[in-house]
Ligand binder design. Structure first.
Ligand code: BG6
Length: 487
């Protein structure tokens, strides 16, 4: 299919997300021939740059990271870029006038407003774009996470944006859904016959979903103090993964069927409220420690323009939760979620731990395990029991049946944003969150946040470079389980 011309307007276009993720993704798409010749990328920010300044900035900051192998393609990419200075809610209308002039005559094109800005700007931006007459029937709006900070604020934002755009024009992004292994999870589950019959509480003991990062939060205090791991990672990324593991087979691979099934999972999550919060959740904050041989500061001492406050002391950089999906398929199967900054390694994975065989005739057999590795080095590993060669006593050993994407496929693995941006341009919302999904996720998160906020207790400290606080281990140890750690 030939790509159709589009105008992609990125609000917050000179920010971190844009420079690190969106522009590299668009460059790769351009190089792969996925952007029409006329397609433009218009960054909007308060920056006071003109087109040439912006192109210079992108050339200096993005070119090295992509990396560029062919200068002609890079030059062509740079000519797509424009910059419009804008002051949302401010008095100066010249930015909107300039944007209006640039878009005039292109009403038929797909027009994408990508809001890579804090959530409180979503409503005002949509209103002003509407007032300027820029919202056409072919327009779409992309909302970056976090969508609010609790259910009430998420509903408010959804109402504000929904007053200007139809739900089918709204793309709420969760970049985890664009990751290759995450899409592969659906293929693994629903394009193979052998897994689905055992994908339930009869055969599965528990599921672990981990997103561990080695990075800290230097320079992010302004955002992170008011977010924390639960809002930053669990409400969106980890719950989305849980949905894909737990959902029923959808009837079709279309825009609503998959999202319908995901909402049902979110609505089946057993609420964790009041006194249960301490039993089923753990929060931690990193202190100084050693990360990859380097001595690093604790969260409170991270270099930043803003000094730490009381909010900084209370914010969690690690969260673990024992969740339960209360339905026929999953009754009694815990879903352990965990995420943290300054962990000993970077790894995002889903571990499906099967039960013991019903009757063991060999000593030393351990239960099967399916590990879906999202990053780094995407892959799928099924751990099976095998006999060690030898004529003596039968000795068992778990051996991996492994699929490494890098070894099996030669094609470059695209970044999640690449896939998702192309879906927006094509108008395909399957891998984006519907309003009811986001709100159902907040509905489950809210009581946990409320309980944490009402407590005088601070998060449990853990030294940087370690796998979270002791409480995280106890959360599993209580039922005789352990976290699956990187080999
Ligand atoms: C973002 C969070 O959504 O996801 C960051 O705001 C986090 O705090 C990032 O570092 C992790 O993404 P990835 O793709 O590197 O796992």
């Amino acid at each position: 299919e030939t790509p159709q011309p589009a105008d992609l307007i990125v609000f917050g276009g000179t920010g971190d997300l844009s420079m690190r993720k969106l522009l590299p993704a668009l460059y790769h798409a351009d190089r792969d021939g996925l952007l029409a010749a006329e397609t433009r990328i218009i960054a909007m920010s308060r920056g006071g740059l003109d087109d040439d300044d912006f192109r210079g900035k992108v050339d200096a900051e993005v070119r090295g990271s992509v990396p560029v192998d062919d200068l002609a393609t890079w030059q062509r990419f740079l000519t797509r870029l424009h910059h419009v200075t804008i002051d949302i809610g401010g008095q100066d209308p010249t930015g909107w006038a300039r944007l209006t002039a640039m878009l005039a005559g292109h009403e038929q094109r797909a027009r994408v407003f990508y809001l890579a800005s804090p959530p409180m700007t979503f409503g005002p931006f949509c209103r002003e774009a509407h007032r300027a007459g820029l919202v056409t029937p072919a327009s779409r709006v992309v909302l970056e996470k976090p969508l609010g900070r609790d259910l009430a604020s998420a509903q408010h934002i959804n109402d504000e944006v929904g007053a200007i755009f139809h739900e089918r024009q709204i793309f709420r992004i969760d970049h985890y859904l664009g990751k290759e292994t995450v899409q592969n999870l659906l293929v693994l589950r629903f394009a193979n016959a052998f897994l689905e019959p055992i994908w339930n509480s009869l055969w599965i003991d528990h599921v672990q979903i981990t997103a561990a990062e080695t990075v800290g939060t230097p320079g992010r205090r302004g955002y992170y103090d008011h977010a924390g791991a639960l809002r930053d990672m669990v409400q969106n990324h980890l719950l989305q993964l849980l949905c894909l593991v737990a959902m029923e087979p959808p009837a079709r691979n279309d825009r609503e069927s998959i999202r319908d099934e995901k909402v049902k999972v979110l609505e089946s999550l057993r609420p964790i409220v009041g006194g249960e919060v301490d039993r089923f959740t753990v929060r931690g904050q990193y202190t100084a420690g050693v990360s990859g041989d380097v001595q690093v500061p604790g969260y409170l001492d991270e270099p930043d323009n803003t000094p730490p406050t009381e909010a900084s002391q209370r914010v969690e950089t690690f969260a673990a939760i024992r969740a339960e999906v209360k339905n026929w398929r999953w009754a009694g199967v815990p879903f352990y979620l965990r995420t943290g900054k300054r962990m000993p390694y970077r790894s995002s994975e889903i571990v499906v731990q099967f039960k013991e065989v019903p009757h063991s005739i060999f000593p030393g057999s351990t239960p099967n395990r399916l590990v879906l590795r999202l990053q780094p080095s995407e892959g799928i590993r099924l751990e099976l029991m095998a006999k060690e060669p030898g004529a003596g006593e039968v000795a068992l050993k778990p051996v991996p049946l492994s699929l490494s994407f890098a070894d099996t496929f030669t094609a470059r693995v695209p970044d999640a944003y690449e896939r998702l941006l192309m879906d927006v341009l094509a108008g395909n919302p399957t891998l984006f969150m519907r309003r009811d999904e986001v709100e159902a996720a907040w509905r489950w998160i809210d009581p946990i946040l409320a309980e944490w906020e009402s407590q005088s207790l601070l998060p449990e400290p853990y030294p940087a470079g370690t796998a979270g606080p002791a409480g995280a281990h106890e959360l599993l140890a209580r039922s005789g389980r352990t976290w699956h750690e990187e080999d």
